[in-house]
Design a protein around this ligand. Sequence first.
Ligand SMILES: [Zn+2]
Length: 481
Amino acid sequence: MTAAACARRLAGALLLVFLARAPGAWAADAASASNALARELLAQLIAINTTDTARGSVTAAAEAMAQRLRAAGFPDGDIQLLGPSAGKKNLVVRLRGTGQHKPVLLIGHLDVVEARREDWSTDPFQLIEKDGYFYGRGTLDMKGPDAIMLATLIRLKQEGFRPARDIILALTADEEGGGANGVEWLLEHHRQLIDAQFVLSGDDYSVVTENGKPLFFQLVASEKVYADFQLRVTNKGGHSSEPVPDNAIYTLTRGLDRLAAYEFPFELNAVTREYYRRLAQTESPQRAADMRAILRDPPDKEALARLSQETNDRSITRTTCVATRLDAGHANNALPQRAEAVVNCRILPGHSPEEVRQRLQQVLSDPAITVSYLASDGTLHAEAPAVRGFAPPPLLPEVLTPLDELVAETWPGLKVIPAMSAGASDATHTSAVGLPTYTFSPLTVDPNDDREHGRDERIGVASFGEANEFFYRYLRKVTER
Ligand SMILES: [Zn+2]
């Protein structure tokens, strides 16, 4: 046998071995290649400091990821780097589909909150694998989800997948702070580029566990609105050796007592109704019965009172306002001329901060207590914004049904629970312009060990791989028809 014939036969044999492999093995190969890529992308993203500081640059991360996409075969024309300044560039990439439906927009922020080496047990700007976890600033919030979205897009591209709708991915600046919020800027200046039927954000973990056991899969579809108010009482004061009944501190604290005793009205919306409807299927008999009872019209008062003893249930079913700071007086031996408190409110969608300010004024029921809106820049305003928090979007079947199916397949017995978040994210911006936005990332996290913004932020290595595969399958399902 000549060397050439030998080589041909060997090649033939190899091809046979190759073709004889089960289809499952192909999928497993593709999955592990994608996991390896996701991990590489994560390591690269973590190593680029994207804090809103002199040392950080979101643009550097956006450029590095654009380079990855070009290398994976995305044409230049489908990759854009845009932003209001050189240091705040956002990356927008499009995987073209058949155009049968309007696109889906995926959003993820590239910026992270500051982390100091001396506070951490590892270097926060280096991906470290230790004890089954990936450590690094942003592993969870949210370079892990960013890497998964990128790896998925690259995998789909390399498979030659043609979705029924374009898939747009925007990786953006200044979600955590800073004055150049990428999503807001893109919506204002390049709406066409990111216009979509609905938005998927990866800015929250979904597989909620307790002591290692998955409890439910959380899909955030609504957010409460954040607002701070300043309560203030002034008084002419005087010598403390001659007290008078009209005392600024007493006036304020009597008002605060009335606020402490007050409960905002119970209210459910499309998302929280579905939340309780689904949660009732997994809860203890009494809690399940109470959940069903508050879904009735009118809701059962006793059931509501029982549920409201749980902090979480109280915050889901009502606007809440709570005193968080107190400051008064100027000398130990003087009657106070001034007493102030800060009240922090988390407002249900459909209500405005101004509506809540007026309600506070009523509840405090003392004209001596003025209630001002305390803006995020620290300025005080006689009136609060009148814009209402966006109403929760309908739970679109094209989003929810594939999620239900895939969650049941991946974690048998686990339920998708639509949820309302008490925090605020970039979903605020997309929702405000009428784009239904759903937030989930299939990472597994125990809320008691949620290290977002904290020291030694981490995600499970196994969970990261599982989430990467899950997201790939989900995005395919959502866009193949
Ligand atoms: Zn985030």
